[in-house]
Design a protein around this ligand. Structure first.
Ligand code: PHE
Length: 490
C-alpha cells in the first residue's frame, strides 16, 4: 500500500516534502511509510533526508513567564527611563522571585548597569523569553540555540520525539514498481544477466557460525599433557584394551595375590570371559617363582602363587598394567632406553561421590635406562610438572607393591595456599623387572596421576559428575575455552 503510494506519487511529482503529512493525506500509517522509504532508499529507488523533531512543553515556571512576562523584563521595567534607582528600592517594589531572577538576568543581557544604584543602558527591550515560550505553546519550531537557553533555565521540557523523512525524491534506480531482484549466480541468471537486476552483495554481513565438533574438557587437558610428553621425547603406549588379565594388572607388577586391591570390592572382575586365554608361559613361571620364593636379591612373599588367580579377567585398575606389558616387550630385544607415556581410562569398584567415579583417566610416564637413580626420577618429575606450571614440588615416601622407593608428589597450590597431592611415583622393583628379562643395571622410573583432578581445577568444576557421565552439560562443552597450560613464565 505505502510502497505503491510513494512510487506512484513520485511518478507525477518532484518530491514528498514531509513523510508525516504524506501519510496523513494518503491515510497511511506513518510508521509503515517510514519503513517503506527506508527500504526503497536502500535499493536507490528513492532518495530521502532524515527529519527529526523534538516537541517541548512549558514547565510551571515557563507557563508563568509566558503569561506574565519574564522576571528580567519586569526588573528592567521597574528601572526609571532616566536617572537611577537604588537596589533597596527595587527590592521593595518587586516580588522577591522577580527581583532575584531579574537582578541576575537583566545585567547579563546588558539591559541595565548595576552597582548600589541601577540605571538603564538601553531605552527599550523586547521580552524575547516570553515570545519564545509563547511560540512553543503554539507548537512552533525554535532554533537550537533558543531551545538550549530555555532548557538551561528549566522553562521547557522535552515531551515527544518525532522522526520521519523530508525531500523524498526519485533515486538512481527509480521505477514506478519494484522489480524483484535476482539473488543467485545460477547458470540461467548469468545467461540472462542483461535483463535482470542483481541484488547487491553485502560484504559486511556476518556469516553463519560454523557448526563443528567440540572437545570435551578432559580431551582438551589430555591434549596438553600429550604435547608435554611429546616435547620431552616420550612415545605413547597402546592403551586400547580396557579388559586385562589379573596377571598383567597385578602379578607382573609383583602385587601379592592376597593384596586387598585384588578383592572384588576394589576391582571389577569379568563374568564372561572370566579368564584369559593365553599368557607367556615361560615368563609366568618366572613370575610365580619370584612371588613364591624370590630371587634377584629378594625373598619373595613365601606364599603359594595360584595360576587361577592370575587368569582372572578384570577391567584394568591402573595404566601401569600397560606399562608392564610394554616393558616385557622391550625386554625381548636387545636393550634400548625408552621413554613411554599413556593417558587412558581405568576402572575401580569404588563408592561414587563428588570427586570419585568408578572410572577415570590416568596419566602415566615411564623412563627406562641403565643406571637411573632416584635423582633422575626427581629431576624428570620436576621438569614434567614445571611444564604444567607447577615448579614447587615436595616428595613424601609412600608404598606401592611394584616400586621401591615410592614417593607421593605434592605441589604448592598458590590459589588454595597449601600443598596438594598431585601424583604417585617410584622406581620399579627388581622383582618386577628381572623376571621380564631386563638387564641387571636397567632401572625404570615411573609416575602416575589422574586426568580428572587437573581438569576440575582448570575448568573450575567441583562435582566430577558434571564433568563425566550423563549429567555433562553439552552447552558447556561447546562454550568451554581452550586449555592452555605450559611452562611457567617466570
Ligand atoms: N599405578 C599407580 C596408581 O594407580 C601410579 C604409579 C604409576 C605409581 C607408576 C608409581 C609408578 O596410583
Amino acid at each position: 500500500m505505502a510502497e505503491e503510494a510513494i512510487l506512484g506519487f513520485l511518478q507525477n511529482n518532484d518530491e514528498i516534502a514531509h513523510s508525516g503529512y504524506f501519510a496523513a493525506e494518503h491515510n497511511l500509517d506513518h510508521e509503515e511509510v517510514k519503513n517503506v522509504i527506508k527500504s526503497l532508499q536502500a535499493f536507490r529507488y528513492i532518495e530521502a533526508k532524515v527529519l527529526k523533531r523534538e516537541f517541548y512543553g512549558l514547565t510551571d515556571e515557563g507557563k508563568k513567564y509566558a503569561a506574565e512576562g519574564s522576571p528580567e523584563f519586569h526588573f528592567f521595567s521597574a528601572v526609571p527611563e532616566e536617572g537611577t534607582i537604588s537596589m533597596d528600592d527595587l527590592q521593595r517594589m518587586l516580588d522577591p522571585f522577580v527581583f532575584d531572577v531579574g537582578s541576575k538576568q537583566a545585567p547579563k543581557k546588558k539591559w541595565v548597569a548595576m552597582g548600589q544604584q541601577v540605571s538603564r543602558t538601553v531605552q527599550h527591550v523586547e521580552d524575547k523569553v516570553k515570545e519564545m515560550l509563547l511560540q512553543i505553546q503554539q507548537g512552533l519550531e525554535l532554533d537550537q540555540e533558543s531551545l538550549k537557553s530555555l532548557k538551561y533555565r528549566k522553562l521547557i521540557i522535552l515531551t515527544e520525539k518525532w522522526s520521519g523523512y523530508s525531500e523524498v525524491k526519485k533515486g538512481a534506480n527509480y521505477a514506478p514498481e519494484r522489480r524483484s531482484l535476482a539473488t543467485d549466480l545460477t547458470r540461467e541468471n548469468l545467461q540472462n544477466w542483461q535483463e535482470l537486476d542483481f541484488k547487491e552483495y553485502n560484504v559486511n554481513a556476518k556469516g553463519q557460525p560454523v557448526d563443528s565438533g567440540h572437545l570435551h574438557p578432559l580431551l582438551k587437558v589430555r591434549k596438553q599433557f600429550k604435547d608435554i610428553f611429546c616435547q620431552m621425547g616420550f612415545e605413547e603406549m597402546p592403551t586400547n584394551n580396557f579388559v586385562e588379565s589379573s596377571f598383567w594388572n597385578f602379578d607382573a607388577l609383583f602385587q601379592p595375590q592376597q593384596h586387598p586391591a585384588r578383592d572384588s570390592h576394589d576391582t571389577f572382575f569379568l563374568k564372561a570371559p572370566s579368564t584369559t586365554r593365553e599368557l607367556p608361559e615361560d615368563y609366568v613361571a618366572r613370575v610365580k617363582q619370584v612371588h613364591e620364593s624370590g630371587g634377584f636379591g629378594s625373598r619373595g612373599y613365601n606364599c603359594e602363587w595360584k595360576r587361577e588367580e592370575a587368569n582372572k579377567n578384570l577391567l584394568r585398575t591402573h595404566t601401569t598394567a600397560v606399562s608392564s606389558r610394554m616393558l616385557y616387550e622391550l625386554a625381548k630385544g636387545p636393550f634400548t632406553p625408552k621413554k613411554y607415556f599413556s593417558i587412558d581410562r581405568v576402572f575401580r569398584n569404588e563408592a561414587v561421590d563428588k570427586t570419585h567415579l568408578a572410572e577415570f583417566h590416568q596419566i602415566e610416564g615411564v623412563v627406562c635406562d641403565r643406571g637411573l637413580t632416584l635423582g633422575d626420577l626427581i629431576g624428570v618429575l620436576q621438569e614434567f610438572f614445571s611444564r604444567l606450571g607447577m615448579s614447587k614440588l615436595r616428595f613424601k615416601p609412600a608404598y606401592n607393591p611394584y616400586t621401591e622407593p615410592s614417593m607421593e608428589i605434592f605441589s604448592y597450590h598458590a590459589g588454595l595456599e597449601k600443598w596438594v597431592e598431585i601424583g604417585n611415583s617410584g622406581m620399579f622393583r627388581p622383582e618386577m623387572l628381572r623376571p621380564m628379562g631386563l638387564p641387571e643395571d636397567v632401572r625404570v622410573i615411573a609416575w602416575g596421576l589422574s586426568l580428572e583432578r587437573p581438569t576440575m581445577i582448570l575448568y573450575e568444576c567441583d562435582n566430577i559428575r558434571e564433568l563425566f557421565g550423563h549429567k555433562v552439560d553439552l552447552k558447556k562443552v561447546k562454550e568451554n575455552p581452550l586449555c592452555r597450560i605450559g611452562i611457567e613464565s617466570s
